[in-house]
Design a protein around this ligand. Structure first.
Ligand code: IPD
Ligand code: CA
Ligand code: CA
Length: 265
């Protein structure tokens, strides 16, 4: 696809994302959210998650009816053309509590699986992080790059925890191997924003087990276009088993430390 084509995809994502973010802002935080649970008693979904995904899906597929759609809250639409990968609210727990770290995440991938455009909107702050393939990464029209921290001992590293009790206990165990080796740890609560914070040098590294494509697809392009690395332990692509990311200088050290901690996937 031409650069013009990827910008058109980004523009459409911006249109859908802006309306989605406005809908989330208009919703009353913490009230009448019709909270239900999904994979575990701590895994919440609200009516705002579902409404927001519907808004995004209608705008994207309304403009491009032949495209596919992979969203967290609705049935997949398959396509041989562009597929939109969408998390309507990444950070639902934060949204429910009014903890101001939650996002709309929209990515467009082609039929070979290459991500062409990615947008993550920090809804509370109305910060728009975005990238197009080979077009660089931006935060509100300003070009962004990953940090230049060169040592893991000086690195601020973010992570997250699964909704599954046994998995999060194992994740906490892995963390005990890291906490003494890094500057500090953050758990912001929205994977897409963890990746964008890495792209904007607000942190130096990030890893998480158990993410889905809608959590990491847009953020991965934004990190890579900002000069960072996103991969897994045994592959150069993030996977559900592990999303591992960092600036290029600390990425290898972080990977080795995770391997030394006994993490396997
Ligand atoms: C969650 C957030 C969280 C991460 C979880 C995700 P959701 O997404 O990204 O930071 O730790 O693994 O499931 O459920 O709020 O869309
Ligand atoms: Ca998510
Ligand atoms: Ca979500």
């Amino acid at each position: 696809m031409t650069n013009l084509g990827t910008y058109e995809l980004l523009n459409l994502a911006q249109r859908a994302g802006a309306q989605a973010a406005e809908h989330i802002r208009q919703s009353r935080y913490g009230k009448d959210l019709e909270i239900q649970t999904k994979s575990s008693p701590t895994d919440m979904v609200t009516k705002v998650d579902k409404e927001t995904e519907t808004i995004i899906k209608e705008i994207l597929l309304g403009a491009r009816p032949r495209d596919g759609f992979l969203g967290e809250e609705s049935d997949e639409v398959t396509s041989t053309e562009i597929t939109w990968v969408v998390d309507p609210i990444d950070g639902t727990t934060n949204f429910v509590y009014g903890f101001p770290v939650f996002a709309v995440s929209i990515a467009a991938r082609d039929s070979s699986g290459t991500t062409l455009a990615g947008l993550v909107i920090d809804v509370y702050h109305d910060d728009h992080f975005y990238a197009t393939l080979e077009g660089g990464s931006f935060l509100n029209n300003r070009s962004i790059s990953v940090s230049n921290t060169i040592s893991l001992s000086q690195a601020l590293v973010s992570t997250g925890f699964s909704y599954d009790r046994a998995t999060r206990v194992a994740q906490a165990n892995t963390l005990t191997h890291l906490i003494g080796e890094v500057r500090d740890i953050r758990r912001a609560g929205a994977a897409s924003l963890d990746l964008c914070y890495l792209a904007a040098a607000r942190i130096d590294g990030y890893y998480e087990i158990g993410l889905w494509p809608w959590d990491y697809e847009a953020g991965t392009l934004i990190v890579r276009e900002a000069g960072g690395v996103v991969a897994s332990l045994d592959s150069d692509q993030p996977r559900q088993e592990l999303t591992l990311a960092g600036n290029p200088a600390i990425f290898k050290e972080l990977r080795e430390l995770l391997l030394a901690s006994g993490l396997t996937i």
